[in-house]
Design a protein around this ligand. Structure first.
Ligand code: COA
Length: 260
């Protein structure tokens, strides 16, 4: 299906989804949130898609937040529904079962950072500016920011970013563990492509197992988490890819994973 506010492109097993409202710094209005929900549902059900890259159009912003012009007139109940729609969409990304890489070329603010935090890896350029500035609007984050930032970078970082509302640069975000890597702007696409290609060539069931078990670590105690991991480890042994991966090691050759 065609999207009004998204661009999609496939290269091998890598699907790139680009939020395409550069004149509004890719702000997330309801239409864009709905389209992202559909785009990620499509990626989930398409076996040819092994990894997703999520980007923002233009060099200025990944996503500069939820669309303030649109949400400023919401009633409290409409605002709850708006937050829930954003949370559903970000949860769909987090639980996609395939790795999602956020390409942060510029502003990742408010709902933009919340969107990026639902992704599994965040690769930033030195131009990225990252923050939860909702406090400056008299608001709090509503698309999972208070919960995911605290889980990702700890309570101290979550409180610093949400209470002060001041965006941080990419180096500080790396220091806090909010982003995984920082590269020069002209190296960003190559870095993202290298990581995406590596993930696209990996065994998809094993990737799904890692995504699922690491996510569960946020909710489970150590005993339950280890029991969950052992079962997920066992499940990998039902795949041809696990047989191929171990055989390739023993035969001193590169594995060719087929996704089965
Ligand atoms: N919602 C709606 N529109 C947004 C937006 C958002 N979150 N962020 C930027 N825009 C729009 C601006 O209104 C402007 O539109 P216009 O040209 O029709 O007036 C356009 O995008 C460009 O933004 P502008 O503010 O002119 O760019 P800038 O370079 O001067 O400043 C920012 C960039 C990111 C610092 C500034 O846009 C900003 O603070 N945005 C809001 C960030 C925020 O609070 N996000 C959390 C929302 S919950």
């Amino acid at each position: 299906m065609g999207f009004g506010n998204l661009l999609t492109a496939d290269r091998g097993g890598v699907r790139t989804i680009t939020v395409n409202r550069p004149d509004k710094l890719n702000a997330l209005d309801r239409q864009t949130i709905g389209e992202l929900q559909i785009a990620f549902d499509q990626a989930r059900h398409d076996d040819a898609v092994r990894v997703v890259v999520l980007a923002g159009a233009g060099e200025k912003a990944f996503v500069a937040g939820a669309d303030i012009a649109e949400f400023s007139s919401l009633s409290p109940m409409q605002a709850v529904a708006f937050a829930q729609a954003g949370q559903r969409m970000t949860c769909s990304i987090e639980t996609l079962g395939k790795p999602v890489i956020a390409r942060l070329g510029g502003y990742a603010l408010g709902g933009g950072l919340e969107l990026a935090m639902a992704c599994h890896l965040r690769i930033a350029s030195t131009r990225a500016r990252i923050g939860q500035p909702e406090i400056n609007l008299g608001l709090i984050p509503g698309f999972g920011g208070t919960q995911r930032l605290a889980r990702l970078a700890g309570r101290a970082a979550a409180l610093e970013l949400c209470l002060l509302g001041t965006p941080i640069d990419a180096a500080r975000a790396l220091q806090l563990g909010v982003v995984n890597r920082v590269v020069e702007p002209d190296a960003l696409d190559a870095e993202v492509a290298t990581i995406a290609d590596q993930l696209a060539a990996a065994a998809p069931q094993a990737l799904a197992g890692i995504l699922d078990t690491v996510l569960a670590a946020g909710d489970l105690g150590i005993g339950d988490g280890l029991a969950y991991e052992a079962k997920a480890f066992g499940l990998c042994f039902s795949t041809a890819d696990a047989r191929e991966g171990t055989a390739a090691f023993l035969e001193r050759r590169k594995p060719a994973f087929k996704g089965s």
